[in-house]
Design a protein. Sequence first.
Length: 269
Amino acid sequence: MTRQRIGSLLGIYAIYFVLQLVLMFVMFGAVGSSFMMAGAMESPMAMGAGAMLMMIVAYIAYFLIYMAQGASLVHNASPVHDTTLGDSLMEGLRKIPTLFGLALLLMAAYIAAVLLLAIVGAIFSLAGDAGSVLFLVAVFLGMIYVACRLSLIMPVIAVDGVRNPITAVTRSWTLTSGHVGKIFVVILLFSLIVVGAILAMFALMGGSMMGFAAGGNIDAAAPAMGATMIVFFLGFLVLMVLLALLSAAFMAVLHASLAGPEAVAETFA
């Protein structure tokens, strides 16, 4: 899917990247102006508080744009339908209220889970080290289980058009029912590929640097080392963009494979 729709996926990524840059410039400009005005005020703390509030709002806006980018990419990469760059872009922007509600819902659930686990952990700790270890293992396995059950929330919102965050969670939970082990395996394999690609990039750079250093003449090798770092930086940026597109396509295809019983049988045969 990434190969078939590489043009539109790159276009969506670039548009959101520009939006994020614009937001950052506006944020830094507004905050800088606020602090400059604060120096001329009798009560600069008031303006400082306003600047902090602006930073918080800008961070939330940046987070929502990032989430909308993910929704647009997943929508564009989904094999469920044929779509265009413009349709996927607008679909992601339209889902911002849903994504914001989802973030609040998951935050509330996270806080509740932490409080509950703190109580349960205290009870297990009464059994000594064995109880604490057992509790940690149970929490780790529980986190993996919940993550697999909620792994399709973004495709459900972006592709299925679900606007209610609670409904999105429920549908993801339903689609993943009975497939947690298989989902964990494919996500693990994909994660290993991603980590392997990143490590290979750093190993390539490290090997090049060691090769230059082994020559003994650091001054003579300095230009080559500088050029290598520039190439590595550009290559790393390209790799990060590619991995972002592949990750979106991965989740879109995973969602498509679980959307119907025939697709499930074919994908996980």
